[in-house]
Design a protein around this ligand. Structure first.
Ligand code: DX5
Ligand code: ZN
Length: 221
């Protein structure tokens, strides 16, 4: 299990401190939510903030582009320090080409899917990507409730990955915390994004350790 705290839920006036907390808590990567106010109703941060953050941390940055036509600025995000980039299935026409651009820059290429988008629609793309980011809330905001039906999508996707015989990682994003993270991992999720569960807690470092123990079934609370 890999933990990817989402700094969208951190103190946005102090992202350097958020990165330090992620390192102290043993996070595997930092999840970076980009929103354009069109694909999702909210706005967050973009390329200059990514550049600044990547100067402050050695952790890989996992960029989640919740933007229409992500290909327009893709190369800028890659240059700014993204180790992984997920584009939304619903937001781009030429997914195959977009994934090739990400991989050819040396980053890991992912496709994010809204809760309402069936995993079966990935079809022939599965051997052409590194990870699938399954949304377990409707994208746009931190702090929403987990949608339990997305667990079945993770299980179906795990079966598809095995049938294809490919190495594709499943990441889940939205509403993951003490009460939901174990179910996600049991359904085949390998990378868990957690925003408000981590940064809304009194002690984010302690919470990261706790979430990891719960996810691995070492404790229930
Ligand atoms: C939602 C974002 C998420 C969000 C997760 O649109 O993609 O990454 O920050 O926050 P929580 O864990 O609070 O649902
Ligand atoms: Zn996200």
């Amino acid at each position: 299990m890999k933990l990817a705290p989402s700094i969208l839920a951190a103190d946005l006036a102090d992202l350097g401190e958020a990165a330090r907390l992620c390192e102290a808590g043993g996070a595997d990567m930092i999840h970076f939510d980009v929103m354009d106010g069109h694909f999702v109703p909210n706005l967050s941060f973009g390329i200059p903030v990514l550049e600044a953050l990547s100067r402050r941390t050695e952790l890989p940055i996992d960029v989640h582009l919740m933007v229409n036509e992500p290909e327009a600025l893709l190369e800028e995000y890659l240059k700014a320090g993204a180790a992984r980039v997920a584009v939304h299935w619903e937001a781009t026409r030429h997914l195959d080409r977009t994934l090739q651009v990400i991989r050819s820059a040396g980053a890991r290429a992912g496709v994010a899917m809204n809760p309402a988008t069936p995993v079966e629609w990935l079809g022939d793309l599965l051997p052409r990507l590194d990870f699938v980011l399954l949304m377990s809330v409707n994208p746009g905001f931190a702090g929403q409730s987990f949608l339990p039906y997305t667990l079945d999508k993770a299980r179906r996707l795990r079966t598809m990955i095995e049938d294809f015989g490919v190495e594709v990682e499943i990441e889940m994003d939205g509403g993951l915390g003490r009460r939901t993270i174990r179910d996600a991992v049991a359904a085949g999720v390998e990378t868990c994004v957690a925003g408000s569960a981590v940064f809304g807690s009194e002690d984010p470092v302690d919470e990261m350790n706790r979430l990891r123990r719960i996810a691995l079934g070492e404790t229930t609370e």
